[in-house]
Design a protein around this ligand. Structure first.
Ligand SMILES: Cc1cc2nc3c(=O)[nH]c(=O)nc-3n(C[C@H](O)[C@H](O)[C@H](O)COP(=O)(O)O)c2cc1C
Ligand code: SF4
Length: 691
């Protein structure tokens, strides 16, 4: 039932988009999920849950609309022929169940499609090497006039298929450098000298032809929308923001809606470390005045007040969200029900993107149920009532402990959460103070508020429990979420045994720095962790005036952040701060007050003068309490304890998303059936075709 603050009524007004009407202004823009054609039911159920959560429009991820342009190994959706229809239809049907409009984003990848799977020769406006994250050694050939005619027909056919599958909106992808229409629009990728190249009018010709023909094909049943990058800067070339405005002015009524995205995907999905909420403000301001058609924009919108300002200021007609809808599929409903404080805000970590980049399956730090709605039957807002036992003691209030306590509390267990330090959050409480990571604190803030609302959950700070205390407490179940500690001995990937160290240099770990023990002078950071910590600490120390050299055996600074689209921004920021970067080198030993580094290929050694070294190597789980309790298992029953489990970083250190997932899973499965050796999730297996 609606109990919303009337200020937010405007967010719930219907919006006409061509021949269809969205029931409100909440518009889930296309986003992939790492599942795509491989896990279609998992993806469909994820979207169904969002429709239940109140989104007015829900899109698929990008959908490869013809086999001659695909982006394997990335796993998206396909609409190559009628065989793909059931998968597409499943998602549309799921979304319609709750009154949302279903949209699909047709993608012809052009110069972004290496065709590694189909082996077709890629087609693009002009002949050039394929532009992908992996710089595939493949080139596209320039489209002939016949190819262009074919492409127009393929689009008509794809639109008809999308309509058959039940879609209400069909979006053409001309953003992020990923779609052929952008390649035609941009002088960086369109070097043609026929009527499809040269002037803006010519570069827009294909887009205009395709939109008009698609509209003729689908008639009044579907809206045709256009997803356009607000800016593309490739040196002097590229499709600039002023050309975007010229295009919109020239063809103001061409699509049924303008869906405006930032420049590259990395710009558009900027992590909180590099982009704030509503970061596209300057690029989009004034565009709505150029067209009578509705405009949707994005900007990691999690605050209803910021959303409201976008509408009331006349900047946007619809609030586009990808990550906020992943972190909280029920965001619109929570606003509608007057439960704004229950919104689980996206932290902008981009772990969701890593699922796509690693072709695995997406996960979300804030919402552990993301992509487990069908696989495990987890609903983000619904929980099984408690099982045979009643009480749970959670030791440690980091991400895993907080989430275990929250979910067990929702299930109805009497939960006690004991934390050794003075605040909740564990590693998040420490890391949120590092440069650029403040928004990560939402992991703790959301859960702290939720726990504070549950009468059956108590938490105690400054309460370090021993094994004796735990046994004496006598809860039915004990979850040990005692976190992890950074190793000081350099053991990680390059060194599997401790680094040779004569103790001549002060040595710090990330834990030391986060506890406020900061070195000064010339600092070497050895990063063999490869995620964000090495780069963040370099930023921290450069900010305090240290002369920082970051040494890593990898070819990239913070290499794993290639999967969260942050790597280039991290490298650029460190250069700006004057951090020296030594790639492909490891710290070999510490000797006589010097750091001896070695090339990972040749072994060639070099010396670095330093006043201290910071070892960003690996973490060890804090499992001493668990080991002692395990040793004393014979005492459990007499003390009323049925189960003791080690979870999260304490069991196996990993990113925060792994910890919230571990806590969630633990509490979901508490008192559940023993499934033995069975697979703990559902999956879909490729069907065989009889020859
Ligand atoms: C996991 C993920 C996958 C995405 N995949 C697509 C995609 O398939 N097509 C697309 O146009 N944009 C894609 N995007 C970009 C989003 O649509 C959106 O423009 C961007 O994330 C900014 O919106 P947000 O701040 O609400 O996340 C993706 C974003 C995320 C987070
Ligand atoms: S993984 Fe991180 S960025 Fe992505 S939706 Fe979840 S909280 Fe937001």
């Amino acid at each position: 039932m609606s109990n919303r603050d009337p200020r937010y009524d405007v967010l719930f007004e219907p919006v006409k988009i061509g021949p269809v009407t969205a029931k409100n202004r909440f518009y889930q823009v296309p986003h992939c999920n790492g599942g795509g054609y491989r896990d279609p039911s998992a993806a469909a159920e994820m979207r169904r849950v969002k429709a239940e959560g109140g989104w007015g429009v829900i899109f698929t991820e990008q959908t490869e609309m013809h086999h001659s342009s695909e982006i394997a190994p990335y796993i998206e959706l396909r609409l190559w022929d009628d065989d793909d229809l059931p998968i597409l239809a499943k998602m549309a049907d799921a979304v319609h169940e709750h009154g949302a409009l279903a949209g699909t984003e047709l993608t012809y990848a052009g110069v972004n499609g290496p065709n590694l799977y189909t082996r077709e020769v890629p087609l693009a406006p002009s002949a050039m090497p394929i532009r992908t994250y992996t710089a595939d050694p493949v080139s596209a050939r320039a489209m002939t006039k016949k190819d262009i005619r074919d492409l127009r027909r393929w689009h008509r056919n794809a639109c008809l298929r999308a309509r058959t599958a039940g879609y209400d909106l069909i979006c053409l992808y001309a953003a992020h450098g990923h779609g052929v229409f952008q390649h035609f629009l941009s002088t960086a990728t369109n070097h043609r000298n026929d009527e499809y190249g040269g002037s803006l009018e010519n570069r827009t010709r294909l887009l205009r032809e395709v939109i008009e023909e698609c509209r003729d094909a689908v008639g009044d049943s579907c809206a045709i929308t256009l997803r356009l990058s607000l800016v593309e800067a490739i040196g002097e070339l590229g499709f600039s923001n002023s050309e975007v405005r010229d295009l919109i002015e020239m063809h103001a009524e061409l699509p049924d809606l303008w869906d405006l995205a930032h420049g590259t995907w990395a710009d558009c999905s900027a992590p909180s470390r590099f982009g704030e909420e509503a970061a596209q403000r300057d690029l989009i301001e004034g565009i709505r005045e150029l067209t009578p058609k509705p405009v949707v924009g994005v900007g990691r919108f999690t605050s209803p007040d910021v959303m409201l300002a976008q509408i009331n200021s006349g900047t946007l007609d619809l609030i586009g969200c990808a990550r906020p809808s992943i972190a909280d599929p029920f965001l619109p409903r929570k606003i509608d029900e007057g439960r704004v404080e229950d919104i689980r805000e996206c932290i902008g970590c981009n772990i969701c993107i890593s699922g796509d980049m690693t072709m695995s399956i997406s996960r979300c730090t804030q919402n552990p149920t993301f992509m487990e709605e069908w696989r495990k039957g987890w609903h983000p807002e619904k929980f099984e009532p408690l099982g045979d036992s009643d009480t749970l003691l959670v030791v440690g209030a980091g991400p895993a402990g907080l989430e275990a306590a929250r979910v067990a509390g929702m299930r109805g267990y009497d939960v006690v959460l004991a934390e050794a330090t003075t605040g909740l959050g564990g590693r998040v409480a420490r890391e949120r103070k590092l440069p650029g990571l403040a928004a990560w604190g939402r992991v703790a803030d959301y859960r702290e508020y939720q726990l504070s609302q549950m009468a059956n959950v108590d938490f105690y700070l400054v309460n370090e429990l021993s094994a004796d205390d735990i046994l004496a407490f006598g809860a039915d179940n004990v979850a040990l979420a005692t976190g992890s500690s950074w190793r000081a001995d350099g053991v990680s990937r390059h060194h599997v045994v401790p680094i040779a160290d004569d103790g001549s240099l002060p040595l710090y770990t990330p834990d030391d720095l986060m506890a406020g023990k900061l070195p000064a002078g010339r600092i070497v950071i050895f990063d063999d962790d490869h995620y964000y910590m090495g780069g963040v600490l370099a930023e921290l120390l450069a900010g305090t005036g240290c002369e920082v050299t970051l040494v890593t055996p990898s070819a990239y600074v913070s290499a794993w952040t290639n999967n969260t689209l942050e790597q280039a921004s991290i490298h650029a920021r460190l250069l700006e701060l004057g951090v020296e970067i030594e790639l492909n080198r490891a710290v070999g030993r510490i000797d006589g007050g010097r750091v001896i580094t070695e090339c990972v290929y040749s072994g060639r050694a070099a010396e670095l003068a330093a006043d201290a070294i910071v070892m960003v190597a690996s973490r060890s789980g804090n499992d001493a309490l668990w080991r002692e309790l395990e040793r004393r298992e014979s005492e459990w029953a007499a003390n009323g304890i049925r189960t003791v489990r080690l979870i999260g970083d304490a069991e196996a250190p990993a990113p925060i998303a792994w910890a919230t997932y571990a806590g969630h899973r633990y509490a979901r499965e508490l008192d559940g059936p023993d499934i033995g050796d069975a697979l703990p999730f559902r999956r879909e297996v490729t069907r065989l075709i009889d020859d």
